[in-house]
Write a protein that binds this ligand. Structure first.
Ligand code: F3S
Length: 397
């Protein structure tokens, strides 16, 4: 790779051990993917924050980097394994909480903003069109590339941290103009509404892409989509298909920048959607846990939950997972009081997938296709997908 004098200095250790280690990680990555140079990044999102995933080995790496590492660009964190202020109420044990805090402390020492959310674009790590990023977290990567038109590869935890410390990432993959055009056309011949349905669509497209080499779908036939619907779609298509970028006709900013694919075409009808939805509903599911906010809930979703829960009581464990700044907005608007009076719990900074709750519940109901995937695969729950209204009905019946 062709490095600038500053990048060479970092690699040679002149900027300290963490910068050197970071540059080693990035140049290795660049060599593997045949990048010719580095590109400057505007912001970083780091995943792999839960102590449940990192363990002592991961924490040791972080502590080593934190000895002399400081981030150069705006950097935020993915959800941790617990609500940092309310972990006892969510049944997290003290030992885990202590270790999770050691992880957060190591990130904070490096100057990282410890907001712990998978929707950094809602809380200030908000890039604009065309900016280069180094984001981990598949749903956020997909949102940044597709909905915002920023440019990022799907980073792992160590490479994202390396970019935060150096302010650079190797220039390959989705950073390059010629790797961003749609490859497979999906014509949607039926209406799609709500976060649950957009999640089902993401699963359907993701499953089809899973069998193909080509990963960038171009989707036509959707007249409109809200932020909430798009974030659900991003999470789902990234989970089921490994997709980091899609174009949606008349909706996403690069839809008319490249030619529409004309060789690989799939039509999606109501029957296809119904079939995909049925795959997200397990038989004999004894639901004892409801969770909304995958990806993390927006203030609009929380307002809706408050409206639906007003003067009701939940009869099952019910989490609303969101970023702490959004929770603070909900507090100020009076939504939190209504929700908590109904017996539901906020789980800020965390989510139903990264929290250490494997097998704690029998069955989960969610409005997110991604949460269905990990509810089964990681936490061994039976799952049921529904609309937000259906989730609340289940919780209060
Ligand atoms: Fe976010 Fe957790 Fe879902 S990290 S996308 S809420 S699985």
């Amino acid at each position: 790779m062709k490095l600038t004098p500053e990048e060479k200095e970092m690699l040679n250790g002149k900027h300290g051990r963490a910068a050197q280690k970071s540059m080693e990680i990035l140049t290795t990555l660049g060599d593997i993917f045949e990048a010719e140079s580095m590109v400057k990044v505007y912001g970083v999102q780091i995943a792999g924050v839960s102590y449940a995933n990192l363990g002592e080995a991961g924490l040791e790496f972080l502590n080593e980097m934190a000895e002399d590492g400081q981030v150069k660009v705006l950097t935020t964190l993915n959800p941790a394994g617990m609500d940092r202020e309310n972990w006892q109420a969510l049944g997290i044990d003290e030992e885990f909480a202590k270790n999770q805090n050691r992880v957060i402390d190591a990130f904070a020492k490096m100057g990282i903003i410890t907001t712990c959310s998978c929707t950094p674009y809602l809380i200030g790590n908000t890039p604009h069109y065309g900016q280069h990023l180094a984001w981990a977290e598949s749903s956020a990567v997909c949102y940044a590339n597709s909905v915002i038109g920023a440019r990022t590869n799907r980073e792992g935890g160590p490479s994202a941290l390396a970019s935060a410390i150096t302010g650079k990432t190797p220039d390959y993959g989705y950073h390059k103009e010629n790797n961003r055009h749609g490859q497979v056309l999906f014509k949607i011949n039926t209406s799609i509404n709500g976060t649950d349905q957009f999640g089902v669509l993401g699963k359907l497209i993701g499953d089809k892409l899973g069998a193909l080499e080509k990963k960038i779908p171009y989707i036509s036939g959707i007249p409109e989509a809200s932020v909430e619907e798009l974030k659900s779609f991003c999470a789902s298509v990234a989970t089921y298909g490994g997709t980091a970028l899609f174009h949606m006709e008349y909706i996403t900013p690069e839809y008319d920048k490249y030619p529409k694919p004309s060789d690989l075409i799939f039509e999606i009808n109501r029957d296809d959607l119904e079939r995909a939805r049925s795959e997200l509903i397990d038989e004999d599911n004894e639901i004892d846990f409801i969770s909304i906010g995958c990806p993390h809930a927006t203030i609009h979703e929380i307002a809706n939950i408050a409206k639906l829960l007003k003067d009701k009581k939940v009869k099952k464990e019910f989490w609303i997972t969101t970023a702490r700044p959004i929770k603070k907005l909900a507090d100020a608007a009076g939504y939190s009081e209504i929700i908590e009076n109904a017996g539901a719990k906020f789980a800020a900074d965390t989510c139903c997938v990264v929290a250490p709750i494997k097998q704690r519940f029998k069955g989960i109901m969610v409005d997110s296709a991604k949460a269905c995937y990990y509810g089964r695969a990681k936490n061994k729950f039976k799952v049921k997908l529904g609309t937000m209204e259906e989730c609340i009905k289940e919780a209060t019946k």
